[in-house]
Design a protein around this ligand. Structure first.
Ligand code: ZN
Length: 292
């Protein structure tokens, strides 16, 4: 690699910072609209090892926002993780890249999480977030959670939460939708009953909302910049960012969780004793584990 490839990076965070990025292994959970941006930026930053998990293939409706998807990529038949692999290899073939085409809530994904130095959550389902939050706490992995959010057409943006220990987790910071988390914890039969009782169509449980490249790209850049700061030793002055695209604002805050959070107080650092594998033994509906 050319000596000066990272010269402009080093002018920001120094040679030692660049070395730290090269030594880092980052797991990007979800290689979709957010994940594809993050993976490209991590590769450009010079991160030495990138792992990703996504079980889906590219679909026609993904073409509006997938960095690295070409018009000639066949549909069906193009796994999202293979688009990420090709893109990383084109940017820098010396990066160690591991792609797993599987659920994020799976044993292979958990193995990647356990070996990562940082975890970026790029998912659009709070059940999957619930799992990643618990797993990152159990194995003491810094978690950067990214979300694009378009609750209504005239209000759009997203958020980035940085969970590094000591300042709460996605659960006690109240960042998980209880309905989605409960669906995740219930089995497929209960979800079907719920759908029957409340009239929730299966299609409403899968990806249907707005998703726009520029909004995803902004959220991804905020998340990757938070990672960059942590990895290069720059102190973060926040653990939560709110991006409002409609207002043109990014606001920051430092929040703390609750003292009695079960995940922060009991699960943190449990490692194997947390038995994350119990989630793989549950039968879950097929709409889970989707990338953002
Ligand atoms: Zn907590």
């Amino acid at each position: 690699m050319s000596e000066d490839r990272f010269d402009r990076n080093e002018r920001l965070f120094g040679k030692e910072g660049q070395k730290n990025l090269r030594r880092a292994r980052v797991a990007v959970m979800g290689a979709g609209g957010l994940g594809s941006f993050c993976i490209a930026e991590l590769a450009l930053l010079g991160v030495g090892a990138i792992d990703t998990v996504d079980r889906e293939d590219l679909s026609l409706s993904n073409r509006n926002r997938y960095v690295g998807a070409w018009h000639s990529d066949p549909i069906p038949g193009t796994p999202k993780v293979e688009l990420a692999r090709r893109h990383v290899e084109l940017i820098d073939p010396s990066i160690a890249f591991t792609a797993i085409k599987d659920d994020i809530v799976s044993a292979p994904a958990l193995e990647l999480l356990k070996r990562a130095d940082f975890v970026l959550a790029c998912v659009d389902n709070d059940g999957v977030r619930f799992f990643l939050n618990e797993a990152c706490l159990a194995y003491n992995k810094p978690l950067i959670d990214l979300a694009s959010d378009v609750p209504e057409p005239d209000r759009f943006g997203g958020h980035v939460a940085v969970i590094t220990g000591g300042h709460g987790c996605l659960h006690c910071l109240d960042l998980l939708d209880p309905h989605e988390a409960r669906r995740f914890l219930s089995n497929a039969e209960m979800v079907e009953n719920e759908a029957a009782v409340y009239g929730i169509k299966a299609s409403a449980l899968s990806e249907t909302g707005p998703s726009v490249a520029s909004v995803n790209g902004t959220v991804a850049s905020l998340g990757v910049t938070a990672f960059m700061a942590l990895a290069t030793g720059t102190k973060l002055s926040y653990n939560f960012l709110t991006y409002r695209g409609d207002l043109g604002t990014v606001s920051r805050k430092t929040t703390t969780g609750t003292d009695d959070c079960y995940y922060c107080s009991t699960v943190r650092g449990m490692g194997e004793w947390a038995d994350l594998e119990r989630y793989f033994r549950m039968q879950r509906p097929s709409s889970e584990s989707s990338a953002a």
